[in-house]
Design a protein around this ligand. Structure first.
Ligand SMILES: [Mn+2]
Length: 311
């Protein structure tokens, strides 16, 4: 059995479909990881045991790939170490210091297969910046897809992982293989999912309270929309920053804190991240954002710390 493990986003899904076409695979199995977790779980390891050939696409898990015991083709574009496992062929332009915006483009280059999926992977990973890439622009024209339609297709394909539906992500590869990209624009299960996600984002944004230039939003949703809500509040609504809380994300709490470029002069995000980690939360981020997952009972402690930095 040929087994494909791919990232859950549009770049991962299009890469899997491209691989199936490139190799003309009649029978294959494709799996994605538990959404949000960069690891192989028991379900994936079980499938690897039965696989004669493994493909890992756009999924940055070098530590897992080092452990596999079947011939593997590992195609990626993320920065990662060279794999030592002799069973693994690693294709990744970043090993030579080359930047590549999407895995779909790496895979297309490797196999010489170019179509709308190659372009959609790039639109998925870097958004409108992908339209500046000549190859992407050309492929979209050839497929008779406008820029707006390509962004919409990404929204539809990504709706599966934003809704945290692992099996729907996996099914998406078959859906791509069995439908033209134009028909996907009307693919009912995705259209409905994307609509529900849009509504959840708008509901959250509309419940905003403002204090001292900062936006505060609390909501409950099974959708992983917290970063999109914060981005909207800061980038589109012009707040100095946003504190967003999803009080019930599959039984846990999610807290997201984003600040504007100017506020990074005043707020040392690295320090906030370190203090939240001390609380025993799972927190990460960079200069402008932090994301935190914690027990629901810890929301108060997390917000107390963030509040200290708002001035
Ligand atoms: Mn990617």
């Amino acid at each position: 059995m040929h087994l494909i493990i791919h990232h859950w986003d549009t770049d991962g899904v299009t890469s899997a479909a491209l691989l199936v076409r490139a190799l003309n695979l009649e029978e294959f199995m494709n799996l994605t990881a538990p959404i949000g977790e960069f690891r192989f779980d028991g379900r994936i390891w079980g499938a690897i045991e039965r696989a004669e050939k493994l493909y890992v696409l756009d999924f940055n898990v070098p530590h897992e790939v080092e452990k596999v015991n079947v011939p593997t083709l590992f195609i990626d574009h993320h920065t990662q170490p060279k794999i030592n496992n002799p069973l693994v062929e690693q294709v990744n332009p970043s090993l030579e210091g080359e930047y590549c915006p999407s895995n779909s483009l790496v895979l297309s280059e490797h196999f010489g297969i170019w179509n709308a999926w190659s372009a959609l992977g790039a639109v998925g990973d870097i958004g409108e910046k992908a339209f500046e890439i000549e190859a992407v622009d050309k492929l979209l024209r050839k497929a008779n897809l406008s820029r707006a339609e390509s962004l919409r297709l990404v929204e539809l394909i990504d709706s599966n992982y934003i809704a945290m539906e692992r099996e729907a992500v996996e099914e998406a590869v078959r859906v791509l293989l069995e439908n033209s990209v134009r028909d996907l624009l009307e693919y009912e299960p995705w259209v409905r999912k994307a609509e529900a996600i849009r509504e959840a984002i708008e509901n959250a944004v509309s419940s905003v309270e403002e204090r001292n230039g900062f936006a505060f939003v609390e909501f409950e949703s099974p959708f992983n929309i917290i970063s999109k809500v914060a981005r909207k509040l800061v980038w589109e609504h012009g707040h100095k920053g946003a504190v967003v809380v999803n009080k019930n994300f599959h039984g846990k709490a999610q807290v997201y804190f984003r600040i504007s470029r100017e506020e990074t002069e005043r707020i040392e995000m690295g320090e906030v991240i370190a203090r939240l980690k001390e609380l025993g939360t799972n927190t990460g981020g960079k200069r402008e954002v932090l994301g935190c997952i914690c027990e629901r009972g810890k929301i108060g402690d997390v917000l107390t710390i963030i509040n200290e930095y708002l001035g």
